[in-house]
Design a protein. Sequence first.
Length: 250
Amino acid sequence: MNDAVLTLENFSVSYEKKEVLHEISTAIRPNRITAIIGPSGCGKSTLLKSINRMLEEEGGVSCKGSIFLNGQDIRKMPVEELRRRVGMVFQTPAPFPMSIYKNMTYAPQYYGVGKKQELDRIVRENLEITGLYEEVKEELGKSALKLSGGQQQRLCIARALTAQPEILLLDEPCSALDVKSTQIIEDLLVQLKQRYTIVIVTHNLFQARRIADDCIFLLNGQLWEQGNTRELFEAPSRQETRDYLAGVYA
Ligand SMILES: Nc1ncnc2c1ncn2[C@@H]1O[C@H](COP(=O)(O)OP(=O)(O)O)[C@@H](O)[C@H]1O
Ligand SMILES: [Mg+2]
């Protein structure tokens, strides 16, 4: 697909001798939310960690095949460039143990923004996008660790956006959050897709159904089925997909 933001071609991953992803080929389309679903251990996190090359920092890993970000082979990019272009948010909210303001200026400063006025603008704009600005504007100097779990996760999303990534990856971002915070983040992601391309791993099928435009079903390290969310949920073409959606694998 020519307009794909991310393309995987026969991408496989092994830990030591054990293959955990087998010849995954897919294309992630721009300005859409793509959900990766599948039973625990099927390789969802491994797939996300491959995209920003975090995986290579774990020992004993070998990869085959290719991943392209807007047409460029990610292995041929300096890793700092790749990590700027690929934003990542994890399951447990993980703000840096520093002030809200410093969390938000960390990446821009690293990438060379020096002017206080410019940094202030980046902080405000990205906190506004995530709805956090009104909640924290009087206490930007406060430790980010003092925020609630839901606020911390929104801060992590806002922080990821400060690097102006081409794609935002989220690995079960709501699984440690309450219902209200989950709803706020779901609404936020739906709003963000106007400007970003989003890939979310979720074990919550209701969440996938609520917010994802496209779904990828992984099973035993293989891309078992993918497609438009509604079609995949209403008319899966493979028995195993039907079983998973019916809760058989739980
Ligand atoms: N660092 C590692 N070393 C060895 N095996 C691993 C490592 N990380 C994950 N695995 C294995 O790879 C498979 C896929 O794991 P993972 O990508 O975390 O699955 P998921 O996120 O879908 O639950 C699992 O069988 C898991 O045990
Ligand atoms: Mg996982």
